[in-house]
Design a protein around this ligand. Structure first.
Ligand code: AMP
Length: 398
């Protein structure tokens, strides 16, 4: 894939800088959901068991970038790693002479967890002096932080150039994510059907564009549907619409036709008079929405049509909810898609779910474990699927 895997890296006796995504939710100094740290354990343990010492680093929340802030300290992560029986100590800070001495004192099998990288503004600004100070801490660099790969930050991008090319590698999580994404974007088993939902067309333009001519069908749901329908002259009542994107919507429909991708829109809708959980709901007769109503979910005819497309596909990608799935009366379109996709995966299709809301939806539907892959990095997977180069991946592949 253009970069080395940590599997093929000789790490015995080396000191490895491991950039991980340990950006876990914290409450009163404790981790409330350790999923992210747990997901990087395979790479971490592989390094330690093969005789490396590890300088482990991540960002954590959004501190100001003006030095240490107790609320954003990496201390709870160090405590969690120790609870797992790992030999981990917390560094006195992010970088600098004291931290260099702490790193130099590491023995094989030991971890030094750096303080929150974002205590230093040089991290997000990708400042060269900060990047160089991080690179001093190790002779080998491994990036397992897929969730941060779309950010050209010092620990993801700038510092990587300081290592010899053969001392760079991607961790197991990074590799797993990129392989899953590539299954959809590079020679997917056909038919390829992608399902895009969510609030705004403007957020998904590049994503849609990148699949025109590649996917057999693009199934559209969520609020962005109404901009497409309005552009074609349907009545959309009080539904959300990006009035300044009507021309763009028509252009995407034209491009789809020219490139042989069926861009499908909802055939019916669940509507209500107000954006409220207890509002009276109805199902429309057709694509039009009454003047005093707003569409908040796709209707049953749409679910059936989209399900037929899903059942015929060999590769499927889902990003974005079909309606306001956070409210029970408008969740059924989204939950039905989740069920259909899980069934498709059970029958052997490759099903990738990416993006925060769709991941929340498959969890809500209780079908996450049946999918082929659920991407952990919302922003990074969205950028990759939009055809953009991820700085963190580019740095490893230089
Ligand atoms: P996004 O962040 O673009 O993926 O959009 C997700 C949000 O869009 C969710 O919070 C949904 O509740 C919302 N959404 C989806 N469909 C609709 C709709 N028909 N009307 C209003 N909001 C919607």
């Amino acid at each position: 894939m253009g970069f080395q895997s940590v599997r093929d890296l000789d790490v015995r006796g080396h000191r490895v800088f491991l950039r991980a995504d340990l950006n876990v939710p914290l409450k009163e100094g404790r981790i409330t959901d350790a999923t992210r740290v747990r997901e990087t354990l395979p790479t971490l343990k592989h390094l330690l068991e093969n005789g490396a010492s590890v300088v482990l680093a991540s960002h954590l929340g959004r501190p100001e970038g003006k030095g240490f802030e107790a609320a954003y300290s990496a201390a709870p992560v160090a405590a969690w790693l120790k609870e797992q029986g790992l030999d981990c100590r917390l560094a006195s800070y992010v970088n600098g002479a004291a931290v260099e001495a702490e790193a130099a004192a590491l023995k094989p099998g030991q971890i030094l967890l750096l303080e929150n990288l974002r205590f230093e503004k040089g991290e997000t600004k990708n400042q060269e002096d900060f990047a160089a100070s991080l690179a001093k801490l190790a002779d080998t660099y491994v990036n397992d932080a897929f969730g941060a790969a779309h950010r050209a930050h010092a620990s993801v991008s700038g510092m990587v150039g300081h290592f010899q090319k053969d001392r760079l590698a991607a961790g197991f999580l990074m590799e797993k994510e990129l392989k899953a994404l590539a299954k959809v974007t590079e020679n997917p088993d056909k038919p390829l059907v992608v399902i895009f939902g969510g609030a705004k067309v403007s957020d998904k333009i590049e994503l849609i564009q990148n699949f025109l001519g590649k996917a057999e069908a693009i199934l559209i749901g969520g609020a962005m549907s109404y901009t497409f329908l309005r552009a074609q002259g349907f009545l959309i009542g009080k539904s959300l619409c990006e009035a300044d994107k009507l021309g763009l919507a028509l252009d995407l429909l034209d491009q789809a036709q020219a490139k042989g991708t069926r861009l499908m829109l909802p055939l019916d809708h669940v509507v209500a008079g107000a954006f409220k959980e207890d509002a009276d709901c109805a199902i429309t007769q057709d694509q039009n929405i009454p003047e005093d109503q707003m569409a908040l979910d796709i209707g049953p005819e749409t679910v059936a049509a989209y399900a037929a497309e899903i059942r015929a596909a060999k590769t499927l990608l889902w990003n974005g909810p079909m309606g306001v799935f956070e409210m029970a009366p408008f969740a059924s379109g989204t939950l039905s898609m989740a069920e259909e996709l899980a069934d498709a995966a059970d029958k052997g299709a490759f099903v990738l779910v990416g993006g925060g809301d769709s991941v929340a939806a498959v969890n809500k539907a209780g079908v996450a474990s049946r999918m082929s892959h659920v991407s952990t990095g919302g922003g990074a997977s969205l950028e990759y699927l939009s055809g953009l180069e991820l700085p963190g991946v580019a740095a490893l592949s230089r």
